[in-house]
Ligand binder design. Sequence first.
Ligand code: HT7
Ligand code: ZN
Length: 845
Amino acid sequence: TVTQYLADWRPYPFEVTQTRLEFDLAPRTTRVRSQIGFRRKDTGDLVLDGAGLKTLSLAIDGRSLDLGLIRADQEKLVIPAADLPESFTFEAEVEIDPEANTALEGLYLSGGIFCTQCEAEGFRHITWYPDRPDVMAPFHVTIRSDKPVLLSNGNPMSNTTKEAVWHDPWPKPAYLFALVAGDLVAISDSFTTMSGRKVALNVWVRPGDQDRAGYAMESLIRSMKWDEEAYGREYDLDVFNIVAVDDFNMGAMENKGLNIFNSKLVLASAETATDGDYERIEGVIGHEYFHNWTGNRITCRDWFQLCLKEGLTVFRDQQFTSDMRSAAVKRIHDVQTLRARQFREDAGPLAHPPCPDHYQEINNFYTATVYEKGAEVIGMLKRLVGEAGYRKALDLYFDRHDGQACTIEDWITVFEDATGRDLTRFKRWYTDAGTPRLSLSEEWRDGTLTLNFRQETVPTPGQPDKPPRVIPIALGLIGPNGDEVLPTTMLEMTWAEQSFRFDGLGARPVVSLLRGFSAPVTVSREITADEQALLLAHDTDPYARWQAGHDLALDALIARATGVTDGAEFRHAIGGLLADAESDPAFAALCLWLPGEEEIATTIATRGLTPDPDAIHAAREALARDIASAHEQALARLYDAMDNPGPYRPDAEGGARRSLRLACLGLLSRIDAGKRAGTLFGAASNMTERQGALECLIATGKDGDALVAFAQEFGSNRLVMDKWFMVQPLRTAPGLAVARARELAAPPDFDWKNPNRFRALIGGLTGNHAAFHAADGSGYGFVVDWLMRLDPVNPQTTARMCSAFETWTRYDAGRQAHARAALSRLAAMPGLSRNTAEMVTRILA
Ligand code: HT7
Ligand code: ZN
């Protein structure tokens, strides 16, 4: 395996002036003819990438080239500089086999639809090309096929039966190329841009799925409008196409003018999709659309800069959702995701900075760190330079870099130039891995509160020393009577230790710390349960208020999991919350969902102790039962009050009521033997409540009839059946879950080559903390058996799922031995893909 280093990047010695491609599509033998115009910029050979191609001919300016120039083992074609004029046309004819392409990289077939996935390095599976993001060119594409719908990037030039020609005038790297050919139908609309151009919009789906594509189209229109209003960014082609396919390695892909989506992020109806699905669809449609400027018009110089486009585009999609729905709920959800995925990554063997400086397989770096932490870093930049500074910097970024392939360095420079700030030290957030731990100790004397902060980041793989970072700390002060005595104030911490003083205070206040989660750090501080309860009752910052309740719950759960029965304060605080729940159902729901078992384990590990998955599960169940018994009446009343009569609407308001209703149901099912859940499952007319009720029934072991009914009703809907495959291993009592997953994995229904189905079942089990980490190693063994089966078929998805093991070293010796044995078995598998090999090696290191 070859390691790629950022330090080795060199500019490509040629400019590509034009890329012309002709496709004759056939499932087993697709012919690709290319004509690529090159102009020399610098000295050097012409090096092209190609993988798994059957090369039929190669030529320069019509002169044939010897096929012996192909270095198949290195996946390169090298034409010596001496054989090349200043400007020339390179031509190739290759044959590829889309039907055999189960890895879903390059051109492949999904349910009879030809489609492509070229990010990061898929284009080299289509033809010979400089497959690197800094080589940009206009594309002209001809597609010949019997399929009725033939699509590519850009604008349509001509479209006759069996042939379509597309031209994309905007220079782009090969990773943004796309082609789709299939029996598809569109729902269509249009959008008039801020300068008055009319853009044709289509969402293409399989015949029969049109009635579930409307929300995707509405989301697209909202995204286009929002990007004009919030960032002044206008769409730049005559048409925008979205296509939904069933077989896809990730969520979606931002190919220029032709976004390709996993069908689960397009298709939705009240009966088949949950509130969460609707919110994700809106967010991902937005995300891919926003890439048109942050990713496509301005792209990345090399893949080490991936977070330039992904961090920024996640930040933009978060802003979008926040504006479309509830900003407070969105922020809390984003923090939950960051902690669950990124903090966990940062604390283990896979830790890496948002801007890594080496990799073996770039597909393994589409991570929570690059995406979600990348977005947090931009949030901090915005906090530091303020709203106006941010807008000025972004305007400069678009002006200065339109049409270029850029670096994080360029991005930071734009902020420095726009605001006059020196951001040298801030850059560490991009280059250093690990989550800083922020400790606070307080001194109170004569009306003065002194806050002494300390920051520390533990070593991560390859980075033993961690200099201090610039940490924006937003805080407020709440007086003992609940009044806010200091509104949100931004402190800027730049040193390892720093103190801040607040004078003239009448009584000792409680610090509402890290408001809005102003920096991606963990916090360690002395705070009493009474003070947390005060913040939960009175904090004006919704995130900090939720965090106070969450910390109270975590403390109670950890005390129980480590042998101390506790939780009186949390139980008591829940009483106050329930009394006022109807005024803000979304907030109450967020507080009622107890911290998950994985988060409890992480917190225990951060405190230097060994988490016991069985004890954690038992503690969480016991606390949930206690709360349900102590507040049964209030919960039951709220559960009834949150009924949503009338037609289902996937908006924030309805979603808030349903989430509170389901939070109450989750608690009540612990003491009513699943009675309410059974009734709701039978009566619900929307999937949010249907699935919520089903999950409660599975957790209480009362699921038999419901699962049969669900399968009967939705057996022919692949996306809904993915839910059926996911909730069973996820919610079954830990002692029974592995056996259940084994039963579900039996043929014929477990179509494991479909990534959504594989992720549903295997990911469902890895999400059941105490089952996956079963003391007898059965969870690890089962998952590794399936990873070994999937790897030869789909290395990308296999490698991504290996991250379930990234926390293995924090458990006891017995579990560690089982995990090591399972991972070693995977590592030793003959022919293991480069993707999975890199992941397992890093995890075992
Ligand atoms: N930019 C895309 C990332 C991506 C991807 C998508 C689908 C299949 C494989 C992929 N590899 C990388 C998606 C995004 O972040 O918007
Ligand atoms: Zn993206």
